[in-house]
Design a protein around this ligand. Structure first.
Ligand code: RAM
Length: 349
């Protein structure tokens, strides 16, 4: 059984395991450029009707969570769909929440672009009987029933800080290339990374934090600007799959390749070529397919009354086994994985 993170576990990069991501990962078949993929996840034999709302569509990370959600709802015989905005802006998800509520979805499973901006819409949905699960990026707790957290925030922060320290000899200027400025998950990790840097890496100086909004071109341009503004930059941490892939693409053809280190959170499929060409040594992530799968089972457990979201509630999440709701209504997927040239070919998401 897995339990909740309470900022207790501190996971060093060296301690990261590959255990999480070796099972059944496949590229999503849905979630492309349409604003309403409307895919059905099963025979619809139950009353379960789950609507996934990612931060934005067209992001391979959410294609993977979509595949997991769809598989889980299919196993439960429910109806599944994923809808969402093209851009990861604070209130762009509101219209999709309202529509799901009007259609009496049994549950909304959402990754929030902002902890507050979607609060009213989610409250209304809950008042109408729709269960609300946040996954990946939380809202303020009062707006949802349960948050399915991908990994301990301390572990995610420490892995990236230790990773960059290892790669730049624990000294010099670094910058952060993040997602949207209000993203709950990235902001929590950045705050913890700053703490780790101050406590354990006094010779590393964080000189800038910039936001690519989980948009490929914006992230690419921000990388170029960072390198220009800070000629002594030795490393970049990008705690977003969109950012790290765009930064790697920029670095791979620039004269900074191999000179400016890059780490952060990425999907193995997007990062493989940059590990192989020497642009990136090591980066981190959990299994987003499993995250979507667990979030869907959490939603189903709320809908059928197995859990209410209170600490200590337990439920079964299909092939992942039994989970427990912890403090603050959180369910924790597990540990992140470190990816490098020794293992990257084993993963497919
Ligand atoms: C991006 C999103 C997502 C985050 C990953 C690591 O795809 O910002 O919320 O969890 O990166």
């Amino acid at each position: 059984m897995r339990t909740i993170s309470r900022r207790t576990a501190v996971i060093g990069a060296a301690a990261l395991t590959v255990a999480l991501a070796v099972t059944g990962c496949s590229k999503a078949s849905t979630g492309g450029s349409s604003s309403d993929t409307g895919t059905s996840g099963g025979g619809g034999s139950s009353n379960l009707n789950v609507v996934f709302i990612p931060k934005n569509l067209g992001n391979p990370y959410f294609d993977a969570s979509d595949a997991g959600g769809k598989a889980a709802v299919g196993e439960l015989g429910g109806k599944y769909s994923q809808v969402g905005p093209q851009t990861a802006s604070p209130d762009a998800q509101v219209q999709y929440i309202n529509t799901a509520a009007q259609q009496h979805a049994s549950a909304i499973v959402i990754s929030a672009n902002d902890p507050k901006a979607i609060g009213d819409a989610l409250t209304q949905a809950k008042q109408g009987g729709t269960k609300v699960v946040t996954f990946d990026s939380d809202t303020d707790p009062q707006y949802r029933d349960v948050f399915v957290n991908q990994a301990s925030p301390d572990g995610i922060a420490k892995a990236q800080v230790d990773g960059i320290a290892k790669q730049i000899g624990d000294s010099g200027e670094i910058a952060i290339l993040s997602a949207a400025a209000n993203a709950t998950n990235q902001n929590a990790w950045i705050a913890l990374m700053k703490k780790d840097l101050a406590a354990d890496h006094p010779n590393i100086k964080l000189v800038d934090t910039v936001y690519g909004n989980d948009d490929d071109q914006t992230s690419f341009d921000k990388t170029a600007a960072l390198l220009q503004t800070h000629p002594n930059l030795k490393g970049i941490i990008s705690p977003t799959t969109v950012g790290i892939a765009a930064a790697a693409r920029y670095l791979s053809t620039s004269d900074k390749k191999g000179k400016v280190a890059l780490t952060g959170l990425g999907t193995p499929n997007q990062m493989k070529e940059y590990v192989k060409d020497g642009t990136v040594k090591e980066f981190y992530l959990w299994n987003p397919t499993d995250l979507g799968y667990l979030a869907a089972f959490t939603a189903a457990a709320l809908v059928d009354g197995t859990i209410t979201g209170k600490e200590g509630d337990t439920f079964k999440a299909g092939r992942l086994g039994e989970y427990k709701v912890g403090a603050n209504g959180e369910v924790l997927l597990g540990d992140p994985t470190a990816f490098n040239s020794s293992n990257i070919d084993k993963f497919n998401f």
